[in-house]
Design a protein around this ligand. Structure first.
Ligand code: SF4
Ligand code: SF4
Ligand code: SF4
Length: 482
């Protein structure tokens, strides 16, 4: 007979074969009374549990998910549960940004002989889910959405002033070019208010190089595809973190890459600039001053001040100067580093769980599943083997639903846990302007809090936290089941 009377809820349990499944069996053999809401899936090891199993279950109607494995140090595969512990804790801290109450997911350790502990764990967790009630679904009617203004305060002045060192940058590239196959940089696009990546192979190509707030692309995305070639790259501070992260993950070799760096004073959010320009047929000219640009389109000038039109990531940027470079030009920028919440994340922080879920429902409804966000990401290196395209195993359907689209965003965010450098290319590439960077920023915040302020792409020698473990984790602790 169930301990909890009334309606059963849908609770999914992932139990490792060697310990927790045995523990549940021991409880059953001892006829220990247990609630009956849990549906158990037996897996070889808690290390086999991809956090995406849990998200998929929660997005598809589970009211709660419980993971249980062998106690730390008892893993039958030596360290599976140590890796699991880090991943599952990051997931727990990520769920609320989607609008999912993190109390609906829990993980723990139960050994094969601990029938009594299993009884306690399953009873306490089921009780907790009953108190929370059935999970809200993405299909539920939308609560009235109150969207706070994004707080656009910057850690330092944003501007356009470093273009004065462009001549020296060109000279430095020309001097190094004979030793390189090419140098990646930015050139003017179809008009002076848009840039495109350029691949400089000859000195006359270098003359096309531009520097300024329109240099929005992160060129590091191209580096892994030039394996074996000697490639130079011009970087802003944030781009340099992507280069470092690629080095950390051994996706490029240090001796193959030459980094040219200029301090950055911010780049423009082109979606908002285009909105400010309205409809036009032709850009006539772009004029710069220290604090912003004036774009004249169809004879009408519009001023864009950097403090109002920079990309969200620039307001809290603590690395405007490259973290790693072979040649540095320009005057290093000063940063008043301090606790800072990026505007996109601050917007979500200001909402309740219900409002966040409603927010994502509305945003994901507009998603085209074009995958531009994935393709622009310099750290998305699976290329043709992305799980969103895979049919074996089949993670995602072609269903044009909010659920599937949010699941894809969760895949991207979780696969970038401890690797995302916050470059914002995923959000910038989105043709419909969905603020998906906030999901990556929440993961980044969780990783920083759990692993002593760790920031990806700062130290080329560091091991990303989710690629390792400590036997005793400093900031991850077993929860009480009383
Ligand atoms: S995040 Fe920093 S380095 Fe990157 S574009 Fe903005 S201000 Fe420049
Ligand atoms: S997920 Fe977005 S912010 Fe993070 S590295 Fe990729 S493109 Fe940059
Ligand atoms: S780029 Fe935007 S529209 Fe395209 S898949 Fe990503 S979130 Fe959806």
């Amino acid at each position: 007979m169930p301990v909890l009377e009334g309606k059963e809820l849908r609770i999914v349990g992932f139990l490792c074969n060697w310990c927790s499944y045995g523990g549940a069996d021991t409880a059953g053999v001892a006829r220990a009374t247990q609630p009956t809401d849990l549906r158990i899936i037996r897996v070889p090891c808690s290390g086999r549990i991809d956090p995406l199993f849990i998200v998929k279950a929660l997005l598809n109607g589970a009211d709660g998910v419980l993971v249980s494995g062998c106690h730390p140090r008892d893993c039958h595969y030596a360290a599976g549960n140590f890796y699991a512990r880090r991943r599952l804790e990051v997931l727990k801290q990520f769920l609320p940004v989607l609008g999912i109450d993190d109390r609906r997911f829990e993980y723990t350790w139960v050994s094969a002989s601990e029938g009594q502990r299993w009884q306690q764990v399953v009873t306490v967790f089921t009780d907790r889910i009953h108190k929370l009630g059935p999970a809200p679904s993405l299909e539920d009617p939308e609560p009235l959405l109150k969207i706070a203004d994004m707080a656009l305060t910057s850690l330092r002045p944003l501007g356009t002033g470093q273009a004065s060192a462009l001549g020296e940058l060109k000279d430095a590239i020309k001097a190094k070019l004979p030793e390189l196959d090419m140098v990646l940089g930015w050139g003017e696009g179809y008009d002076a208010a848009h840039t495109v990546p350029i691949f400089m192979k000859k000195p006359e190509d270098v003359d096309k190089l531009v520097w300024g707030p329109f240099n929005v692309n992160n060129l590091a995305v191209y580096l892994p595809s030039f394996k074996g070639k000697k490639v130079g790259i011009v970087v802003k501070g944030c781009d340099s973190r992507s280069v470092v992260e690629l080095l950390q993950e051994k996706l490029i070799r240090r001796e193959d890459v030459t980094i040219f760096a200029m301090p950055c004073e911010g780049t423009l959010d082109m979606a908002r600039v285009n909105q400010g320009l309205g409809r036009y047929t032709k850009i006539d000219k772009v004029e710069y001053d220290e604090a912003g640009v004036t774009i004249t389109a169809d004879g009408k000038p519009t001023r864009f001040c950097m403090t109002d039109y920079a990309q969200g990531k620039c307001y809290g940027c603590t690395t405007p100067s490259a973290v790693l470079a072979d040649t540095r030009l320009g005057v290093p920028a000063k940063v008043e580093a301090g606790p800072y919440t990026p505007p996109e994340l601050a917007l979500l922080d200001s909402m309740s769980l219900e409002e966040r879920m409603a927010f994502w429902r509305g945003q994901m409804d507009r998603c085209l599943r074009c995958y531009a966000c994935r393709n622009a990401c310099p750290m998305c290196v699976c290329r043709d083997f992305c799980v969103s395209d895979s049919r074996d195993p089949h993670w995602m359907t072609q269903d044009d639903s909010v659920k599937e689209k949010l699941f894809f965003q969760t895949i991207h965010a979780m696969h970038l846990a401890g690797r995302c450098t916050g470059c914002g290319e995923c959000q910038r590439a989105c043709p419909v302007g969905i603020p998906i960077l906030a999901l990556r920023q929440q993961i980044g915040r969780a990783v920083g809090q759990l692993f002593d302020g760790y920031k990806s792409g700062i130290n080329a020698e560091a091991v990303p936290p989710l690629l390792g473990y400590e036997v005793e984790e400093k900031n991850i602790h077993e929860r009480d089941w009383k």
